[in-house]
Design a protein around this ligand. Structure first.
Ligand SMILES: NC(=O)c1ccc[n+]([C@@H]2O[C@H](COP(=O)([O-])OP(=O)(O)OC[C@H]3O[C@@H](n4cnc5c(N)ncnc54)[C@H](O)[C@@H]3O)[C@@H](O)[C@H]2O)c1
Length: 258
C-alpha cells in the first residue's frame, strides 16, 4: 500500500515523515522543495503528479498555501493545484484521498459545544473559501467516481500549544499522524469531514465522525495550559476562526500587507 504525501517538506509533512512509516505505510514524499528520498514536483504540473501517483493507493494532500494571501496565490495553489491532484488521482486509479482542510472553512461559525465536524461552510478568509471548495470537490469525486475522501478540518498544528487561545484547537504531531493513519486505514470511509484536533479538554466539538473512522487522539493541550500566559479578551474569541475573523484579515488589509 503506497501512500503519496504532497507538501511533504512543510510543517505537517515533516512531522509525518518521521511518523507515518511507523504505522506500516510505504510512503512517497512529494514537494516542490526537496525532501530526503522524496520526489521534487509541483502540483501545478499534471506530468509531475501523474508520475508521482503511479502505483499509489492513496494520497494525503497537504501541499498549498496554509494561510490567507492574495486571491491569485490562493487560487493557484489551493484551487487549481487541488483540482490537479484529484484529477491525477482519478487518472491513476488512486482510490483514497486525505485532504488537509482547515477550521477556517467554518471560521465564522460560533464556537459552540457539540459543533459537528461537517457544519456548513462559513469561511473567514479567501483561504477558508479555498478549503470549503476543497471539501466540496472531494464530495464530488466521492459521489461521481467513488473515491474515498476524508477532509480534515485541522485546528492549530504545533509541537505544543503556544497560546491559551489554541488550547481547544491544538493538533499534536502524534495525533496528526494517528488521524491520517485512521483515514488511510478505515474501511468505513466513503466521504467524511473530521475535526483535526487532539483530545483537548477545552474542545467541546462533536468528534464523532473522527471516532467513526477509528481516530483515537491521545494528547491534550491542557498539559501545557499552566505554562501559558493568560489571554486578553478578544472579540473574536467566540468564533471558530479566532483571529482570522478579525478585520485585519479582510481582502484589502491582506492585499496591502503583501
Ligand atoms: N499548520 C496548521 O496549523 C494547519 C491548519 C489547518 C490546515 N492546514 C493545512 O495543512 C496543509 C499543510 O500545512 P503546513 O502547515 O504543513 O503548511 P506548510 O506551508 O508548512 O507546507 C506546505 C508545503 O506545500 C508545498 N507546496 C506549496 N505549493 C506547492 C506546489 N505548487 N507544488 C508542490 N508543493 C507545494 C510547500 O513547499 C510546503 O512544503 C495545508 O494545506 C494547510 O492549509 C494546516
Amino acid at each position: 500500500m503506497t501512500v503519496l504525501v504532497t507538501g511533504a517538506a512543510g510543517r505537517i509533512g515533516t512531522a509525518l515523515q518521521s511518523r507515518l512509516p511507523g504505522f506500516g505505510w510505504e510512503v512517497r514524499w512529494f514537494d516542490r522543495a526537496s525532501v530526503p528520498d522524496g520526489i521534487v514536483g509541483d502540483i501545478s504540473s499534471s506530468d509531475d503528479l501523474d508520475a508521482a501517483m503511479r502505483g499509489a493507493t492513496a494520497v494525503v494532500h497537504l501541499a498549498g498555501l496554509p494561510t490567507e494571501a492574495r486571491w491569485e496565490q490562493i487560487r493557484e495553489a489551493n484551487i487549481d493545484g487541488l483540482v490537479n491532484v484529484f484529477e491525477a488521482a482519478r487518472r491513476a486509479g488512486v482510490r483514497r484521498v486525505v485532504y488537509a482542510s482547515s477550521i477556517h472553512a467554518v471560521g465564522f461559525q460560533p464556537d459552540t459545544a457539540g459543533l459537528p465536524a461537517d457544519s456548513p461552510p462559513r469561511p473567514d478568509t479567501l483561504y477558508g473559501v479555498s478549503k470549503a471548495f476543497g471539501e466540496t470537490l472531494g464530495r464530488y469525486y466521492a459521489d461521481r467516481y467513488g473515491l474515498r475522501v476524508a477532509c480534515l478540518r485541522i485546528g492549530t498544528f504545533e509541537d505544543r500549544p503556544r497560546h491559551v487561545r489554541t488550547l481547544p484547537t491544538w493538533l499534536s504531531p502524534d495525533d496528526c499522524a494517528r488521524l491520517v493513519d485512521a483515514c488511510l486505514r478505515s474501511d468505513d470511509l466513503s466521504y467524511s469531514i473530521v475535526w483535526g484536533v487532539s483530545a483537548n479538554t477545552r474542545c467541546a466539538w462533536n468528534v464523532d465522525s473522527g471516532y467513526a473512522l477509528g481516530y483515537r487522539p491521545m494528547d491534550d493541550a491542557e498539559t501545557y495550559a499552566g505554562a501559558l500566559p493568560a489571554a486578553e479578551d478578544d472579540p473574536t474569541d467566540g468564533l471558530v476562526g479566532g483571529g482570522f475573523t478579525s478585520p485585519g484579515f479582510g481582502i484589502d488589509e491582506v492585499t496591502s500587507r503583501s
